[in-house]
Design a protein around this ligand. Structure first.
Ligand code: CTP
Length: 373
């Protein structure tokens, strides 16, 4: 039995980057031998084990063959006669298909090291097409390594385009797509992820609303801005969908099965942008400002409100940003209203609600220099 370090750990070590997760492949062993050595088996699909002490993943060398469409349509063959090279052959990119033995010897049958040096993301073999998720992975690696000068090589882009044309991306389950998107949103150059998806046609399937050049670039500028401000996942996602109208955004975010906070923020941002653009920047309507605060559930969801203003700050034009400042002032002014004071003054029930509202309105009007309409 021989054990090798594989995949991302070998790649990152050769790039001189810190290694986070270490994955191992074991050649010449049976599941029984692994269990005897104290490993625990995880996952039912593949023969993967956890080391008794380090808890790192050790997978028995395997080959995979696709059966049918989608991510789960694989038949896995794992046996002591599967070689290291066969296991490396089933992998996605050459830079991810290198192994290092315990003695430190590098096995690199597909010239991954050369591709690392020439900064190319290249598929290992035609088997790349057997897993359409690899299109998103490749786009994600392009986003991660963009600052190092990596790009998707022409042959791989051609292959990805043919996979998209064959309808492969439609077979991906939203949960797995979301996992990739969520990770990509936090890579070094998240815009590159979407650019690669656009170049191969996958974006037309995943977010068809970004088909036009103008919408795509505006969305990417917004994403770039949120990224530069170190925004949350929800803020980044809302920036990507910021060019959609509220109705389309709601439907798209739901179809993509984004987490609730991402869906809600994206929808709010698209609902608020047109209203804020319509505000008079000199004398914004206090009624409209209060309605916006109510719609954002500002008093109960302060954190989400601040995320919303961050996103809008990245999606609006200068005039819109000016009006957005009025919303910020309105929020501060309205939060100064203390219901307890009004209760002490004898207000209760429906009247209390009305008194709170009119007090808020008055304060907003004062703070933003306008009169209630
Ligand atoms: N792999 C693959 N195809 C996939 C998923 C994984 O070929 N759809 C292979 C690649 O060889 C990859 C390894 O499995 O390097 C481990 O996968 P994963 O942990 O997801 O990726 P890493 O390359 O380790 O990258 P990251 O730094 O993002 O964890």
């Amino acid at each position: 039995m021989q054990t090798y370090l594989v995949g991302g750990a070998v790649r990152d070590e050769l790039l001189g980057l810190g290694v986070k997760d270490r994955d191992w492949v074991v050649v010449g062993a049976t599941p029984e031998q692994m269990l005897t050595r104290g490993f625990t088996q995880v996952g039912s699909d593949f023969p993967v084990f956890l080391h008794p002490k380090t808890h790192e993943e050790y997978a028995l060398a395997r080959t995979e063959r696709k059966q049918g469409h989608g991510y789960h349509g694989f038949s896995v063959y794992s046996a002591p006669d599967v070689t290291l090279e066969e296991d490396l052959l089933r992998r996605d990119l050459t830079i991810n298909a290198m192994a290092r033995s315990e003695q430190g010897v590098l096995t690199d049958p597909f010239n991954g090291k050369k591709d690392l040096e020439s900064r190319e993301l290249r598929h290992v073999s035609e088997a790349f097409q057997e897993d359409p998720l690899r299109i998103l992975r490749t786009a994600r690696f392009a986003a991660r390594f963009q600052p190092l000068g990596f790009r998707v090589c022409t042959e791989t882009m051609v292959l990805m385009r043919s996979m998209v044309a064959a309808g492969e991306v439609e077979h991906l389950v939203p949960e797995r797509v979301w996992q990739e998107i969520q990770r990509a949103l936090h890579e070094h150059a998240p815009g590159t992820f979407f650019q690669v998806l656009r170049d191969c046609g996958a974006l037309d399937v995943l977010i068809p609303e970004l088909a036009s050049e103008t919408d795509f670039h505006a969305a990417m500028n917004a994403l770039h801005c949120v990224h530069a401000n170190n925004g949350s996942t929800a803020e980044r996602y809302a920036a990507v969908l910021s060019r959609l109208d509220e109705h389309t955004c709601k439907a798209r975010a739901k179809a993509m099965k984004a987490p609730n906070d991402c869906q809600q923020l994206a929808r709010l941002a698209t609902a608020f942008a047109p209203v804020i653009r319509q505000l008079d920047p000199v004398q914004p309507s206090a009624d409209t400002l209060l309605e916006l605060l109510e719609k954002a559930d500002f008093w109960r969801r302060t954190e989400r409100f601040s995320q919303l203003t961050h996103v809008l700050g990245c999606t609006l034009d200068p005039a819109g940003r000016h009006a957005l400042e009025a919303l910020g002032k309105a929020a501060i002014a309205a939060s100064g209203v203390d219901p307890q004071t009004l209760i002490k003054q004898g207000f209760s029930g429906k009247e209390l609600g009305e008194a709170i509202r009119s007090e808020r309105l008055a304060r907003i009007a004062q703070a933003t220099c306008c009169t209630p309409t």
